[in-house]
Write a new protein. Structure first.
Lengths: 385, 385
């Protein structure tokens, strides 16, 4: 079979892509190293990597003066700043926007409080404001962004909406993807906050070594995200992990045991009340310890349901309350032992309340990678020189 | 790189295997058809398929007299009887042994009642007796069997034992794999009954079109098996699907609502009592209908926990009670609607109480296939001519 011009161009593109993959996640590399990693000849790699430098996908690292005898080889590295992605957490009480380069290094993170009672239009306008601030600080425009992922509360359907259930006022009719599409021409995806946080803990957090993870987003509300066989479990209609909707699982009322603890200052806001209880328990307050026992007793029913259903390797306790895992994990473990046949490891999140936005960054990077693999280097956008 | 003798032999083996795969699951095929399917040349396939016939992996189908003009091509088919597997269901009340050829066609099925109170040694001796009967009827010896899979009740650990929990008396210490290894030299695996039944429903039953399945094994006891993304979910310690162990889930007591239904003949055994209730409900008995409502109300709590956790496409109602799905599914659906955010399809099993043994056959065939792929055609055993 004769090789056509289109075949040649596609083969060159595939080889370029294999050099990009050979550069990423490695220290600066010589042509010889790249040739070995990509399984291509040295002269071919020489040509390909020069083209990648010209196109903005790779950078040259000139050899230092402190080098060994003879002419040292030039080294090349992936140009992580060729493109950027946004990870956005639209929470009840906060908006958190992270700007990341293509290696997942955060360039800019901005967090602003949100009004829990804000209507969808006002909440989305506030999100726009935080995005503006992030882009302005970084000297970028929406055209510099290659993918956006947004985390919201409630199960997200295939259209990116939370029609089944959401604690945000009026939000079941909101369409954040359509709203952002007015400014961004790149792919925009919307995902459930607990699912994103689970992705983040496996990427950069407390469960990097595990393939089977139950993640708890614990705070004034409680939710769960599942990683099974290393893959985020979305569910047939996007509603996996919603065990908290079951009445027999007492997640809705569990945090109330903290808020009704005797001794909480009358002026404390709900979030501060829980923090007061956790600190009082650390200081040995018996009432506070009893309140935490009641909280973990109710929390454990839903966690046990997930553990018995899925038999995971690790349960990660994350979300706002995870800062107080030191006074929660032991009583929670004791309660779980009463319910479960086989007790998984119980770990505290290392990402706290940044996990949702970080998971959004990870999914946005996955989106860029999958477009690179399916459509080639021209697909996401021309790298910015 | 020079091609060594070993390379050549391995390449020939791989090509033979690709012809085996091109034969299987197809009607008898010509060399031309096989060449296209396997991506090999016609002369090469001609040689390979003759060797497969000589080795007992393939059979020739001579062209019939009613043929078209010209000399018709010979056709070849996979010799499904080259090897056989056993699927064994060791239940509380029954022992069911299925002998299958390599295409999953059942050669022999024998079912015998088991004593619910039998000690492990007596139960395993009874299993030996049923296996003897199956092999004798088929004119085979243990050496003709290429893989054995055994289904048991309770979560199965990596050693094939049910140390965590089992309703079979004394069975937590039993080691059925070791027992059978005294007679069979082929691989023997032990798996949980609900998991095997779930595999069977996706293979040949009510959920062949679905990748995300919650399977219920419903009878005097209730259990669950999960297929997620098309793969059996075993769990990190083999204990996935054990939601029934949670006290808040009322599966342990749910069948009691049937047994306590007014009007059941005093002489009825437990299994017959439930059958009486289902029939009475069909005949319009209000007390029986109320008993079924109470049963489904309790059953639904655990099913809803699995549905909310996993958001499956399909829930299959299987096991002994599935013969009465006509009077159970509607009330169960109404109860689930009260608990779930998104209701999956609810279907009745089409395999009934044969599903465990059938799933065991399927896993045994998978075991043969995986050895073929990893070790080649010589691995499972020499085909019996």
């Amino acid at each position: 079979m004769a090789t056509t011009g289109t075949d040649m161009s596609r083969m060159r593109e595939m080889n370029q892509l294999s050099i990009v993959w050979a550069l990423r996640g490695h220290p600066p590399s010589t042509v010889t190293e790249l040739a070995r990693r990509a399984g291509l000849s040295r002269p071919a790699v020489d040509v390909l990597v020069q083209a990648l430098v010209a196109d903005g996908w790779a950078e040259v690292e000139e050899p230092g003066a402190s080098s060994v005898v003879g002419r040292p080889a030039r080294r090349f590295r992936f140009r992580a700043t060729a493109g950027h992605v946004l990870g956005i957490d639209i929470g009840v009480h906060k908006i958190l926007v992270m700007l990341s380069d293509l290696e997942g290094s955060l360039v800019r993170t901005v967090r602003r409080p949100a009004d829990p009672q804000a209507a969808p239009e006002a909440r989305l306008a506030a999100v726009d404001g935080v995005i503006d601030e992030v882009l302005r600080d970084a000297g970028m425009t929406p055209g510099d962004i290659w993918a956006v992922t947004v985390g919201v509360t409630g199960p997200v359907d295939a259209t990116g909406r939370t029609t089944l259930s959401t604690p945000l006022p009026g939000w079941h009719a909101a369409d954040p993807a359509a709203h952002l599409a007015a400014r961004f021409s790149c792919p925009i995806q919307v995902e459930n906050d607990c699912k994103l946080a689970a992705v983040a803990e496996r990427w950069n957090g407390a469960a990097q070594d595990a393939d089977d993870i139950v993640f708890l987003l614990a705070g004034l509300r409680t939710g769960a995200g599942l990683i099974l066989d290393g893959t985020l479990r979305r569910g047939h209609g996007g509603a996996a992990g919603e065990i908290g909707a079951l009445k027999a699982v007492r997640w809705l009322t569990a945090p109330g045991h903290l808020e009704s603890c005797p001794g909480i200052p009358a002026t404390a806001a709900p979030g501060e009340a829980a923090a007061w209880v956790f600190q009082a328990a650390r200081d040995g307050d018996r009432g506070a310890k009893a309140a935490i026992r009641r909280y973990t007793r109710d929390l454990a029913v839903g966690v046990a349901a997930l553990v018995l259903a899925l038999d995971p390797q690790v349960v990660v306790y994350g979300g706002g309350f995870s800062r107080s895992a030191d006074v929660i994990l032991d009583p929670l473990r004791r309660e779980l032992a009463k319910h479960c046949l086989r007790l998984p490891e119980l770990r505290a999140s290392t990402l706290g309340d940044e996990s949702v936005a970080l998971g959004a960054v990870r999914l946005a990077l996955d989106e860029v990678d999958s477009r690179l693999l399916s459509d080639g280097l021209a697909a996401p956008a021309a790298p910015r020189r």
